[in-house]
Design a protein around this ligand. Structure first.
Ligand SMILES: [Zn+2]
Length: 91
C-alpha cells in the first residue's frame, strides 16, 4: 500500500523511497534485568492506531527519521529528525 512520507530533509516522497525501521520503543537504559532487554528487542506493541516509527530514507538523504503514523490507514501525522522531537520521550 503506497502512501507519502514528508521527509524533514527532502520533502514529501513516496514510501517506496524509505525502509521501515520498526516501531519506536524506549531503551531500558538503566535496567540490568535481561527480561527488560528481551522485551525491548523481541516484543513489539503492534499498535492499532497511532505509533511512532523509525524510517530510513534510503533513496533520498540517507538519514533516519521518526514518523508518527496511523497503522490503520497509513496516514503520516508528523515526521521529525532524530533528536528534534518530544516523541523520543514516549513509552
Ligand atoms: Zn530525506
Amino acid at each position: 500500500m503506497a502512501f507519502l512520507i514528508d521527509c524533514p530533509n527532502c520533502g514529501v516522497r513516496d514510501v517506496y523511497e524509505f525502509r521501515f525501521g520498526g516501531e519506536m520503543v524506549a531503551r531500558p537504559e538503566n535496567s540490568t534485568d535481561r527480561n527488560d532487554w528481551s522485551d525491548y528487542y523481541y516484543f513489539k506493541k503492534n499498535v492499532v492506531g497511532e505509533q511512532s516509527e523509525w524510517w530510513y530514507h534510503a533513496m533520498g538523504c540517507r538519514n533516519w527519521l521518526i514518523a508518527k503514523r496511523n497503522t490503520v490507514n497509513n496516514a503520516v501525522i508528523s515526521t521529525s529528525v532524530y533528536g528534534d522531537s518530544e516523541i523520543l520521550h514516549e513509552k
